[in-house]
Design a protein around this ligand. Structure first.
Ligand code: DC
Length: 228
């Protein structure tokens, strides 16, 4: 056992609603929240800042090991504030460009290993909701409740479009759909920690479900397991 605290893992492709679900779960349960995607995003951002090429695995590994980053939870908004080297980069790391770069750096085994301890350190009482791609399959492989949340690529592109528009980003739905497909392909086919459901994960297709329906499904699964 690598932890004693209850953990709910929420994995799945980008835009499936993992972020919103994880945020609402953590808020309702009063648990900690790990947004592991933000960690890969901030690494990609830091690489650009420090002139480390996105294909330089050894350089990225060093950067990952020394990343001076803090995640400040704010339960009034559905994401953490991300402070890199004292600077608030919360907005910058949410761009599509940063998400794509994150997917590239995340494909390197050395990078993933360098970030493992940092992710596990989020696991503190009274509980943790861990949002990512390999939370249930690798990082918290022993978690008592694992959710794999999906939705069709078209539905995910539409959600991402609305979300980014609301944040003031200028985006095109067609380009987002293409990017989502490319990113899915890269995340699912990398040799380490690919985006695959853990063997004991509960599969939830949210294409025609509201976020409230998904949330109550997960809460009832948590109750069934006596986690809450
Ligand atoms: O969830 P997100 O869009 O913020 O993640 C950005 C990228 O980071 C995603 O394309 C793949 C990578 N990632 C990963 O490889 N493993 C994780 N646990 C989380 C994210």
């Amino acid at each position: 056992m690598i932890y004693k605290t209850p953990v709910i893992t929420v994995d799945g492709p980008g835009g499936a609603g993992k972020g919103t679900l994880s945020y609402l779960l953590a808020k309702q349960l009063g648990w900690h929240l790990l947004d592991s995607g933000a960690l890969y995003r901030v690494l990609a951002y830091s690489a650009e800042l420090h002139g480390v090429a996105l294909d330089n695995e050894a350089g990225l590994e060093v950067l990952a090991a020394h990343l001076d980053v803090q995640f400040i939870p704010d339960l009034h908004i559905p994401f953490c504030h991300v402070i890199l080297e004292g600077e608030n980069v919360s907005y910058a790391v949410r761009s599509e460009k940063c998400g794509n770069n994150a997917s590239k750096v995340a494909a390197f085994p050395a990078v993933r290993t360098a970030l493992l301890g940092r992710q596990r350190a989020f696991c503190e009482m009274p509980g943790l909701v861990a949002d990512g791609r390999d939370m249930g399959s690798v990082v918290f492989y022993d978690a008592p409740l694992k959710i794999f949340l999906t939705a069709s690529a078209e539905e995910r592109a539409k959600r991402r479009y609305n979300e980014l528009k609301a944040k003031g980003f200028d985006v095109s739905l067609r380009e987002l759909l293409e990017e989502i497909r490319t990113r899915d392909e890269r995340d699912a086919n990398r040799p380490v920690s690919p985006l695959v459901p853990a063997h004991d994960a509960i599969m939830v297709d949210s294409t025609s479900m509201s976020i409230d329906q998904v949330l109550s499904l997960v809460i009832s699964e948590a109750k069934n397991r006596a986690l809450i």
